[in-house]
Write a protein that binds this ligand. Structure first.
Ligand code: ACO
Length: 429
């Protein structure tokens, strides 16, 4: 009979250890008993980027990166994209099951009725330069909510958590839209409770002088599906930031501000913006081979390609390609699409990319869609942060309720100077 344990022989001492394997993992603290002497703190694992370290147990999102599978709470992303709405999916991600009719009505009511910002938040946004990046404004304004809702610090009160969840999911689009309107010097457009979550977001972004804004149903639906695809993605960089900051028991607004900041980087949520800049830099289909050659020589990366977890086509990218066609039908074909398609074709046939299992990720086509809808490139990461808020909160709540969770505090391997004595200024070289 096989035993669910791992036997380790420490060749430094000849000692043998047996550590349990649970759910395909060993507990890293079990390594600490492996020591070479009394002063030794014990063996640690060295994994700076969490390449092979599980930071938690989770029931929210399942990914099989080799097979290209993504599921929220067990439901395949393809089924949710086809049949669900973002708000329903957010409920699923947060509460574990699809809502019944009454739950959905209650949820929709609460989100719809928490979308207005305190007027003082507008003053923060007013204070930014016209060319401030909307992600910078979003990080600041969402963090500032912490000072408006002081009840948010009661993180172990279930009613308080529920309230902050409504507020965060409802207010992120309002902050984002206000940041956008500020950047183009337009008056803010207030939420319209008659519209859907994404319809209202478009209203707050694009309403001009008309009395009632009516979103284009194709664009409203496309944005809604994109929001579903971005709702959660297990332990990615921003979610890890959310859990890490949340583990100190900071309130959820501060933790969401940290997660949003992590998402801002070009290796994470900033990638779709980087893809578009890359496509514009390439300029034409004929220049694609030359660009790919440079990437292979180590001069930059093919943005929108590669993923830490997916070693196959990102399942979200497949759905996004279909949405792109629907959006282009309404808004006209994005001229950069031909460059993107050629880039994908060449890369997927090239040994460099095949060998490293580099496939298009979620960001490869989203930028083209957002640009066609009319969003400036600066807004792309914001369009990621809004839907990801449901995933961040679900992960934060799971972390808080996990009896094994403690403040996140990794260990280090110290490689600095050994003990030395202080030298007075006049004696220094
Ligand atoms: N273009 C060219 N080469 C690449 C790319 C790329 N986009 N991505 C990885 N590689 C190469 C690396 O140079 C490395 O090659 P080597 O083995 O010869 O050194 C190998 O593939 C492995 O790459 P790592 O950087 O070790 O892989 P990691 O898992 O750390 O990186 C990441 C994943 C950050 C997503 C990376 O693929 C990347 O930078 N992609 C471009 C940015 C991007 O699209 N980010 C969005 C990710 S999806 C999201 O956050 C929503």
């Amino acid at each position: 009979m096989t035993s669910e344990t791992l036997t380790i022989i420490d060749n430094r001492t000849g000692k043998k250890y047996e550590v349990p394997i649970r759910d395909g993992a060993i507990n890293a603290t079990d390594l600490r008993q492996i020591r070479i002497g009394e002063d030794d703190v014990g063996l640690v694992s060295d994994d700076p980027a969490f390449m092979n370290t599980a930071s938690c147990q989770s029931k929210i999102t399942f990914i099989d990166g080799d097979k290209g599978i993504l599921r929220y709470r067990g439901y395949p992303i393809e089924q949710l994209a086809e049949n669900s709405t973002y708000l329903e999916t957010a409920y699923l991600v947060l509460y574990g099951d699809l809502p019944n009719k009454a739950q959905m009505e209650d949820w929709t009511y609460n989100i719809t009725h928490h979308s207005i910002l305190h007027e003082n938040i507008k003053k923060f946004i007013d204070g930014f330069h016209h060319d401030a990046h909307p992600m910078g404004m979003l990080v600041t304004a969402v963090g500032a909510l912490s000072t408006f809702y002081t009840d948010a610090k009661n993180i172990f009160d279930v009613e308080s958590r529920k309230k902050q969840t409504y507020r965060l999911i409802a207010k992120m689009p309002t902050i984002a839209a206000f940041a956008y309107r500020h950047s183009i010097g337009m008056p803010y457009s207030y939420p319209d409770n008659d519209l859907s979550y994404t319809g209202n977001f478009l209203n707050m972004l694009l309403k001009m002088t008309e009395l009632k804004y009516r979103p284009d149903p194709v664009l409203e639906k496309a944005l809604d599906v994109l929001f579903i695809l971005h709702a959660d993605h297990e332990q990615n960089c921003s979610t890890n930031a959310m859990r890490s900051v949340g583990s100190s028991h900071a309130d959820p607004y501060c933790a969401v501000a940290a997660a949003t900041a992590a998402l801002y980087g070009p290796l994470h949520g900033g990638a779709n913006e980087a893809v578009l800049r890359m496509l514009m830099e390439i300029g034409s289909k004929s220049k694609v081979p030359e660009f790919v050659k440079k990437v292979k020589e180590g001069q930059g990366r093919l943005m929108g390609f590669g993923h830490r977890v997916y070693k196959n086509y990102d399942p979200r990218a497949k759905i996004i390609k279909q949405i792109a066609d629907q959006v282009f039908e309404v808004r006209g074909r994005n001229p950069l699409l031909d460059i993107a398609l050629e880039l994908e074709r060449i890369a997927l046939e090239d040994d460099y990319f095949i060998k490293r299992k580099l496939y298009p990720n979620v960001d490869f086509y989203t930028g083209l869609i957002y640009q066609s809808i009319g969003f400036p490139t600066d807004m792309f990461a914001v369009l990621f942060a809004i839907p990801r808020t449901s995933g961040w909160i679900a992960q934060w709540e799971e972390m808080l309720m996990d009896p094994e969770q403690k403040i996140a505090r990794p260990r280090q391997i110290y490689k600095g100077a050994d003990k030395r004595d202080y030298v007075a200024m006049e004696r220094r070289k």
